[in-house]
Design a protein around this ligand. Structure first.
Ligand code: PLP
Length: 223
């Protein structure tokens, strides 16, 4: 690691932007968790951030996370791994064993699979229910109309529901989608909001994000 590793410079810059935005939104910057999305990035790119004290990281794929993270978690205690990608039900046990938070819980079969895996393992990662906020056919997330039922089920099956998550449509202004997710969360007594990525995290913080998921602005573009 060099003292001025570009990713740690970016980390400082992004933290400052989050803090500034939180302040003008009259929010506490400490209420916004920056998740450094390290998918596709090698260990060598991740270690400088860990050495600089960063502890929240996001990965999309269970297999990739299994290969990269156990050693890093051992080397840097307190590291929290967030699984942010679509999750197959047959990977639920692996996800529960590995993750501290799961951000793409979007259907009844996955709720049940995660609840079973938690009962079997005794580990209880935070769960975010993903909403397909732009009603896009190709996107993951439950339909807005199905969220109340999915949330009821998650609560009945005792999943630790920490919040809602969304990925707004690409190339459209994100603010109305973030505002809608925040309203749905409020209406249903859910407190966490996992929303905002490299291009729109300040808008998300302005509208109440508690978790922003930032990859390319930290690590550079993915191959
Ligand atoms: C890759 C990814 C991100 C990070 O995207 P960037 O634009 O690189 O910041 C955030 N959330 C999810 C679900 C992702 O898959």
């Amino acid at each position: 690691m060099t003292p001025n590793d570009p990713s740690t410079d970016q980390l400082d810059a992004i933290r400052a932007r989050i803090a500034h935005t939180a302040k003008i939104a009259r929010r506490n910057p400490g209420d916004v968790t920056l998740i450094a999305v390290s998918k596709t990035k090698p260990e060598g790119a991740i270690r400088p951030l860990l050495a600089a004290g960063h502890r929240d990281f996001g990965e999309n794929r269970v297999q990739e996370a299994q290969a990269k993270w156990p050693a890093l978690q051992e080397a840097y205690p307190g590291t929290r791994l967030h699984l942010i990608g679509q999750l197959q039900s047959n990977k639920a046990a692996d996800a529960v064993a590995l993750a501290d938070a799961i951000h793409a819980v979007d259907r009844p079969s996955l709720v049940t699979a995660l609840a079973r895996a938690m009962d079997a393992s005794g580990r209880r990662p935070d769960c975010f229910l993903q909403v397909n906020i732009g009603e896009e056919p190709q996107k993951g997330g439950c339909a807005i109309a199905d969220l109340p039922t999915l949330l009821d089920q998650a609560r009945k099956e005792d999943l630790p529901v920490a919040g809602l998550m969304c990925i707004p449509p690409a190339d459209l202004e994100a603010a109305p989608y973030f505002a809608l997710l925040a309203k749905i969360a409020r209406d249903h007594g859910v407190t966490g909001l996992s929303m905002g990525m490299s291009d729109d995290f300040e808008t998300a913080v302005m509208l109440g994000a508690t978790h922003v998921r930032i990859g390319s602005a930290l690590f550079g573009a993915r191959a």
